[in-house]
Structure formats: structure tokens, C-alpha cells
Design a protein around this ligand. Structure first.
Ligand code: DGT
Ligand code: CA
Ligand code: CA
Length: 584
């Protein structure tokens, strides 16, 4: 068995697309690989897990033949067919193709002229060696600029909260300008994907020239790299790329729809439109009989012409939302203001925790929770380390905190908010917990998570987690997959087994909203929901300023089609406490 990340697979698929192009294959073959590469890169779940569930073919954008090649790749580490297609092409071609503005043909020409690597290419272009060998001087200049741009390009996709905050800052700046009638963020950020490639903005205006000038003068903008009357591309000082699309107010809805994507959603939508005698673009809906384009002011108008309800942006991934919109059966997704309590909060209470104490006192957390209009919160500190403390010491420390929380609950100040006495305990390699039952039974309940020895074989990891969930005091599985975005994929688990167990035994799966976690992923949320597993959305905050991250957890839940009934901490205290069997 070989192991590949989504990014590695996307790169491999792009290499095949490039090779096909150079060998003048059929355009549909090339497109199939490009689409598959895009699809894999934008997946919010690792492809290895999807494959293990036998659902590669269910991924929109991956067809039967590519699915079988991917299967071979995972089994053998290699795909014979791909090797054959790439045979005879110098490897550096696949590096050159990443240079903005360089296509497959130019990449091959550069390799054939003797450029051996990006570094070498830069050198040979700068000292004119390639031009002297007959390479176009004009293109050489462009390639050099492209190499520069590639170096500036962020190699990693941004975490959602980072992209979100950068976009908010910019929108605030733009909104002060009177010619900006409307501004929205589009693309993956509007869909609230866990990682974002570049920012896309739409602006409604009657004075595009003025707005373009205002964009280029923004203190956030480092460089304008492309400027047209209705489209501008810039690089922010943070290195982020941003596209701006400008339009008159009358066609704003069409633009919004088009550039929100996803690409796969739009492709499917176009085929529906075709059947109904329409064609779609950012300018509106064109009636093919009359040839007339109807611009739409709002997105609702746009979808309405097609006989559809407007799917929330978070689910526009062509995973069933189009069918649901047509049938007027869209899910009623959990709302952004519906969370009634955050259960995974770390305080600075002197518990001598084994790792990661919080920065704020429980009182400060309560104060902030009041601002967020919560009805209840969970203080889920890590327990004292069991290797550094005796059992009696641990007992005493936890008893102190329990008493303290009891006092708070009885005091008038905390009256509005119920403070739950929780702990985030470690699931040890053998599935036992880092804290004894004797202590756990003094809590309202425990949140359990894997924090060590993450690389374990799949069935061992499944057993480990199941054993932890069997503990009657454990009611929530924290950050279930252990993934850290841009750093590590989650561990491998037989989710089917975990979800079945959770559903039967009233255990909730956490959607941890910590920026680099967003764990469960949207994909697994949907799987959990299908099995009627309950979810809780938590921030895992280590400081009160992080508590507003809850919206990214909600966004991920929405991407997983979660509704009110699925999310236990969107329920009122009465219903919530009943489900968790908390004594009131
Ligand atoms: P990202 O930026 O990689 O996180 O993902 P998106 O979805 O923001 O993709 P982006 O920025 O390339 O394009 C924004 C949206 O525009 C995309 O979701 C679909 C839509 N769109 C409209 N026309 C095109 C097109 O010709 N190509 C692509 N790739 N997207 C298009
Ligand atoms: Ca984008
Ligand atoms: Ca873009």
C-alpha cells in the first residue's frame, strides 16, 4: 500500500494531462485529467479514505477510468498507464508547467533546449543562453517574470479563517467608497471551504474605472498584476492573490452565481440549463431560442429561471444539491446564529494540565460567552499529567475545580449561563483513558481525543477509539480524525464502525472549529449525518478571542449538510441536558 496526499495526487493527474497534451491526445482525455486534478485538490477529505470506502467513483469529477488508475496507484505506488503516457518526456517539463504563463509546449521546448531545473532555467534565461540557442526573446522575458511570480506565489492554500479575516478587512475598506454599491466574497471562501486558494470578490458599481483605481490604491494591495475594465487581479502584501469582478447592479446576481462556483456545480448547472433551452454565463441566463440574455439582479432570480431553489453556497459542490434544488427539497442547514453553547474551552484554572492550558479565567470565559449569547458552556481543560502527578494529587486538583465550577453555577453572576464541568482526556494507545473512572464520574461528562501515537494501523486505531467511547463517562469524541490542515492528514479509522457505535450509544462527534483542524471534515459530517450520528460544534479555544471561530465550525457543518436536529449544542438547555443525561 502506498500513501499519497491529495496535493500529490492532483500534481500527478496534472502531469498526465500535460503529457496527454504534448502527445496530442483527444481533448476529452486531457480535460478529464484536468477536472479530476481540480476535484482532488479541492476535496475536503483525504482521497485515501474515500478510496478505502470504495467511493472514488462517487467523487464528482472522477470517472471510472481515473478511479481505477487511482486504485492502482494506492495499491502499487505506480500507474503503468501513466508511466507509458509520460515516457520520453523529460521530468523537468512537469516543473516548468507550473510557471504562470508557460504551457506544455513551451515547457517542453525549454527542456529540449537544455534547461534542467527551475533554477537552471532561470540562469539560462538570464544569461541569454537559451535565446542564443533560438528561444524567443519576448517569451523568455515572460517566462522570467513567470518564474518570479511562481516564487511569490503561496505554495500552500490558506486556512479558511485567515482568508476570511483578510477578505473582511478588505471589504471594510471598499465599503467606504461610495461607488461600491455592493461587494461580496465569492469562490471557495463564499463556499467556506476549509482551505482557500485565492480570494474572489464581486462588486456592483456604475463607475468601474473609479472602483478599479480605488482597489489599486488600497493599503492592502502590493501589486496589480492584471487590469481590465471589469476584472482586476492583485497580490496583497500578505502574498494572497485576489480577483475582482465588477458589474452593473442589474447583472449582479448572475455574476455572484457564476463566480461562487464550484466549478463542478456550474458544469452540472449548465447541463440542466441546456435541457431547458438556456445557456448560462456571468452576464445572465440566455434564452437560446430568442438569443436574449436576461441579466439577474439576485441569485434567487437566476436559479428561479431554471426552476430551482437557491442552494446555500456552502453546498454548491455537485454532491446532490442540484437535484435537491430542482425538487425543492434543499436541507435546512444549521444557521450561523444557532449555537447555544461551546463545550470545548480551555481555561487557566490551576489544574496543572498535562498540556495546553488556556489563557483566560473561567470568569472571563463566562463573560465572553454572555456576549455570544450562549446558554451553556463546557470547561474542558486537560487533566493534570498522570506521569507527573500521583493519583491523589490529580483527584485533589480536579475536585478543586469541580467545587469552583459548582460555586459559579450557584452564584448570581453566572446565573444566565450553565457552566459544565468537563475534561478533555487523552485516549491512550490501548484505548484506555488518561483519567480514572473514579474521577470521571465527578464530571458532567468527558470529551476524549487521540493526542499521541497517531500513526497506527487502521483496525488498531478503530479499536482504540471504540474502547474509549465505551467508557460511560465519555460522551464526545474530540477532533475525530486528528488532521492538521496543510500539515498532516487524519489518521485512518473505520468510520462506519465508529459512527454505528456512536449512533447506538448516544456519543457525539465533535466538529472542532480550531482553524487548522475543522475536524470532522465536511465529507465525514455528511456520512455521520446519514447515519443519524449527533454532532457538537466546538472551538477548542485556548483564549477567549478564539471563541468566535465557532462560525468556521458551523460553516463546515453546513458543508456537511448538517441541520438543527443533528447538532446537539444548537439545542436549548432543556433538550441538550436531556440528551447528555446531565443532572439539572
Ligand atoms: P480556490 O480559489 O482554488 O480555493 O477555489 P475557487 O472555487 O475559488 O476557484 P477559482 O478562484 O479558480 O474560481 C472561482 C469560481 O469561479 C469557481 O469556483 C468557479 C467559477 N468559474 C467561473 N468560470 C470559471 C472558469 O472558467 N474556470 C474556473 N476554474 N472557474 C470558473
Ligand atoms: Ca478562489
Ligand atoms: Ca480566482
Amino acid at each position: 500500500m502506498a500513501y499519497f496526499t491529495n496535493k500529490e495526487i492532483a500534481d500527478l493527474l496534472r502531469e498526465v494531462a500535460t503529457a496527454y497534451t504534448l502527445k496530442k491526445a483527444n481533448i476529452f482525455q486531457i480535460r478529464a485529467y484536468e477536472t479530476a486534478a481540480d476535484a482532488v485538490e479541492h476535496l475536503d477529505q483525504d482521497i485515501a479514505t474515500i478510496r478505502e470506502q470504495g467511493q472514488l467513483e462517487g467523487v464528482p469529477g472522477i470517472g471510472e477510468s481515473i478511479a481505477s488508475h487511482l486504485d492502482e496507484l494506492f495499491k502499487t505506488g505506480n500507474v503503468k498507464h501513466w508511466t507509458e503516457i509520460k515516457a520520453g518526456l523529460p521530468q523537468q517539463v512537469f516543473a516548468f508547467i507550473n510557471i504562470p504563463g508557460v504551457g506544455p509546449k513551451t515547457a517542453l521546448e525549454l527542456a529540449n533546449l537544455g534547461a534542467e531545473s527551475l533554477e537552471d532555467l532561470k540562469k539560462k534565461l538570464t544569461d541569454r543562453e537559451l535565446v542564443n540557442k533560438g528561444f524567443s526573446e519576448k517569451i523568455a522575458e515572460k517566462v522570467l517574470l513567470g518564474i518570479q511570480e511562481l516564487a511569490n506565489l503561496q505554495t500552500e492554500r490558506m486556512l479558511l479563517p485567515y482568508a476570511y479575516n483578510q477578505a473582511e478587512l478588505f471589504i471594510e475598506y471598499m465599503k467606504q467608497f461610495p461607488e461600491v454599491l455592493k461587494i461580496d466574497v465569492l469562490g471557495s471562501l463564499r463556499r467556506m471551504v476549509s482551505t482557500v486558494g485565492d480570494l474572489d470578490f464581486s462588486i456592483a458599481t456604475n463607475k468601474p474605472e473609479k472602483v478599479v483605481k480605488h482597489i489599486s490604491e488600497s493599503p492592502q494591495v502590493f501589486q496589480v498584476i492584471n487590469e481590465g475594465k471589469f476584472k482586476v487581479t492583485v497580490i496583497f502584501k500578505s502574498g494572497i492573490h485576489a480577483d475582482f469582478l465588477l458589474v452593473e447592479p442589474i447583472a449582479y446576481g448572475s455574476l455572484l452565481q457564476h463566480f461562487t462556483g464550484s466549478k463542478l456545480h456550474n458544469i452540472h448547472l449548465r447541463s440542466i440549463a441546456e435541457e431547458k433551452g438556456f445557456s448560462l454565463s456571468e452576464y445572465g441566463v440566455k434564452n437560446k431560442k430568442t438569443g436574449k440574455i436576461v441579466p439577474t439582479k439576485t441569485e434567487n432570480d437566476f436559479y428561479k429561471i431554471l426552476g430551482m431553489d437557491t442552494p446555500p453556497p456552502e453546498i454548491r459542490e455537485d454532491t446532490g444539491e442540484i437535484e435537491a434544488s430542482l425538487a425543492h427539497k434543499l436541507p435546512r442547514l444549521i444557521e450561523y446564529n444557532s449555537i447555544k453553547g461551546d463545550l470545548h474551552l480551555h481555561s487557566n484554572f490551576s489544574l496543572e494540565p498535562s498540556h495546553g492550558p488556556g489563557e483566560n479565567s473561567i470568569e472571563e470565559i463566562i463573560k465572553n460567552a454572555n456576549l455570544l449569547e450562549y446558554e451553556y458552556i463546557g470547561i474542558a481543560d486537560h487533566p493534570p499529567g498522570f506521569t507527573t502527578h500521583t493519583k491523589d494529587q490529580i483527584k485533589k486538583l480536579i475536585r478543586n475545580r469541580t467545587k469552583y465550577i459548582e460555586q459559579l453555577n450557584n452564584s448570581s453572576e453566572a446565573k444566565r449561563i450553565r457552566v459544565l464541568n468537563l475534561l478533555e482526556v487523552d485516549i491512550l494507545p490501548d484505548g484506555s483513558l488518561s483519567v480514572d473512572d473514579e474521577i470521571l464520574k465527578t464530571l458532567d461528562f468527558a470529551i476524549a481525543g487521540v493526542h499521541s501515537l497517531l500513526r497506527m494501523n487502521k483496525s488498531e486505531m478503530t479499536k482504540r477509539i471504540l474502547k474509549a467511547l465505551e467508557n460511560q463517562y465519555v460522551k464526545v469524541l474530540a477532533h475525530p480524525t486528528g488532521r492538521i490542515l496543510n500539515q498532516r492528514e487524519g489518521y485512518e479509522v473505520e468510520w462506519e464502525k465508529i459512527f454505528n457505535y456512536a449512533e447506538k450509544n448516544q456519543k457525539a462527534m465533535e466538529i472542532n472549529a480550531y482553524p487548522d483542524r475543522l475536524d470532522l471534515s465536511d465529507y465525514l459530517i455528511r456520512k455521520a449525518k446519514e447515519k443519524n450520528v449527533k454532532l457538537v460544534i466546538d472551538t477548542d479555544s485556548h483564549s477567549v478571542s478564539q471563541m468566535t471561530n465557532i462560525k468556521f465550525g458551523i460553516a463546515t457543518a453546513r458543508r456537511g449538510w448538517a441541520e438543527y436536529e443533528d447538532v446537539v449544542n444548537s439545542w436549548s438547555w432543556t433538550k441538550f441536558s436531556k440528551w447528555f443525561k446531565i443532572a439539572v
